[in-house]
Design a protein around this ligand. Structure first.
Ligand code: GDP
Ligand code: MG
Length: 176
């Protein structure tokens, strides 16, 4: 292995957009139908091997904050030192999409320019879609995100791809 990197990753987004579900799918390949709110936060870890341009490994240490995510002071502590973030909305919830610029401002003020991607979750609910893919892409461009992905934690769509590509993008921007 030529080089290994470890990055702290946090998730920002309105309640119920599927942040915990994305992480549970990615780490444990499972999906809980019911709404569970966590006290404090859970920490997960997964290593990603990338061997396209040399051998690298990126480990994401993922902090998933629980039900107190609405408290700004707590989110600030939770985000401290994060190098990577997912800004998550639900494609079925316009409020959650319109709030992404606010989550982005928080990220900017709480971290030292963390890399971030924008994730539109719940694409399995196509019939209830309120945000087009183009709108998501435009917002990602406007906020100069490192990527944009539409996912489903429930149907396991694009989750691995989102994390893998994010890791590659961060590597490409990290001086090796
Ligand atoms: P969080 O508050 O952002 O962490 O959201 P949760 O992960 O707790 O999810 C909120 C609710 O949305 C739960 O009832 C989940 O089962 C549901 N959910 C999460 N992801 C998806 C998804 O991709 N598709 C569908 N249909 N429901 C989802
Ligand atoms: Mg949660």
């Amino acid at each position: 292995m030529a080089a290994s990197y470890k990055f702290k990753l946090v998730l920002f987004g309105n309640a119920a957009v599927g942040k915990t579900s994305l992480v549970e799918r990615y780490i444990n390949n499972r999906f809980e139908g019911q709404y569970l709110s966590t006290l404090g936060y859970n920490v997960y870890e997964r290593q990603i091997d990338i061997s396209e341009s040399g051998d690298y490994s990126v480990t994401f240490v993922i902090f998933d904050i629980g039900g107190q995510e609405q408290f700004k002071e707590l989110r600030k502590k939770y985000a401290a030192g994060a190098q990577a973030a997912l800004l998550v909305y639900s494609i079925t919830d316009r409020d959650s999409f319109e709030n992404i610029p606010n989550w982005h401002s928080d990220l900017k003020s709480f971290t030292n320019d963390a890399h971030f991607i924008i994730v539109g979750n719940k694409v399995d609910l196509e019939d209830s879609r309120q945000i087009t893919k183009e709108e998501g892409e435009q917002l990602a461009q406007m906020l100069q995100a490192d990527g944009f992905f539409e996912t489903s934690a429930k149907a396991d769509i694009m989750i691995n791809e989102a994390f893998y590509n994010f890791a590659k993008i961060i590597l490409s921007k990290t001086s090796v």
